[in-house]
Design a protein around this ligand. Structure first.
Ligand code: NAD
Length: 283
């Protein structure tokens, strides 16, 4: 059997179009502020893509570029300014930050109602305890991909590989909230292959090219590959050995063109959610 491909580009384009239509019907334009400190080239590319996608969907994108030598105090002052600005609905500080700035201080300084990355401890706590809040974009994108592919998490055995704060943990929490039976496996798990073989939904978020082999996958399983690994030849590869996995899985995301495009679309979704939430709360 050859697995069905889950086309993240198409799903993301449809989500962006839906968001654009919702924004066009609003009496205001939601504002997204992206703060970039320093000149990390990969971050600069991400920020440009976020900017473009936001503008194309009718959001107002504000990019704030600060020099690499910016002090933590100066960045916190900038965040305080954005927190107080009524035109700004979402604030995202691009990571990684230069070494003189503690990411935890910065994340905690963002107004949780504008925290479109979902990294603020209040939003992390809300997700962990099953309360509403803003949730991290990449795992939210995975949930949107599953829905678009017609894969229902309810009652399914889901295995998440990786336990990072950005992907693995919030992914597990979202799957749990969607009534899956969730296992989180990681670098200290004793039998990764065995854990994976039990999965009806397998989400790999590790950062090791080709770690998940074809014989780790249950026939017919849905495989979502979050990994982005650049090989020596410059090509991108996921955490899943795609050619092998494709022969066993029921549905699978490619890399690139799977989860990646969903992240920015979900950032826009979060910005719209934040904009509506703030207005509902009269803020
Ligand atoms: P991370 O390094 O913070 O976490 C990796 C996790 O994998 C850790 O929890 C660790 O326990 C686990 N791990 C490491 N080696 C392992 C092994 N050999 N076996 C099992 N588990 C192992 O990374 P992250 O930020 O969670 O990102 C994971 C991957 O997802 C990376 O490739 C990253 O580039 C990619 N990513 C993609 C997107 C996207 O938009 N598609 C967004 C974020 C991250």
């Amino acid at each position: 059997m050859t697995a069905r491909l889950i086309d993240g580009k198409a799903v993301a384009a449809a989500l962006r179009a839906e968001l654009a239509a919702r924004v066009a019907a609003l009496p205001y334009r939601p504002g997204l502020a992206v703060v970039l400190v320093g000149e990390d080239p990969a971050s600069a590319v991400y920020v440009r893509n976020k900017d473009r996608a936001a503008a194309a969907a009718g959001f107002v994108a504000h990019t704030i570029r600060l020099p690499a030598a910016t002090s933590e105090a100066a960045l916190l002052a900038e965040i305080a300014r954005l927190n107080a600005d009524p035109q700004i609905d979402g604030i995202l500080v691009q990571l990684p930050l230069p070494p003189q700035i503690a990411p935890a201080h910065v994340i905690a300084a963002i107004d949780p109602a504008k925290d479109v990355d979902g990294f603020h401890p209040l939003n992390v706590g809300a997700l962990a305890s099953g309360r509403p809040g803003l949730v991290p974009c990449t795992p939210l994108g995975v949930m949107r991909l599953l829905a678009a592919a017609g894969v229902a998490p309810r009652g399914a055995r889901a295995v998440v590989l990786g336990r990072s704060a950005i992907v693995g943990r919030p992914m597990a929490a979202l799957l749990l909230a969607a009534d899956a039976t969730v296992t989180v496996a990681h670098s200290r798990s004793r039998d990764l292959a065995g854990e994976c073989r039990r999965a009806e939904i397998l989400v790999a978020a590790v950062g090791r090219a080709g770690l998940v082999r074809g014989d780790w996958i249950a026939p017919g399983a849905t495989v979502i590959d979050v990994g982005i690994n650049r090989g020596a030849d410059g090509r991108l590869a996921g955490d899943v050995a795609f050619a092998e996995a494709r022969e066993v899985a029921g549905a699978i995301t490619p890399v690139p063109g799977g989860v990646g495009p969903m992240t920015i679309a979900c950032l826009l979704e979060n910005t719209l959610t934040a904009a509506a939430g703030r207005r509902q709360a009269g803020r």
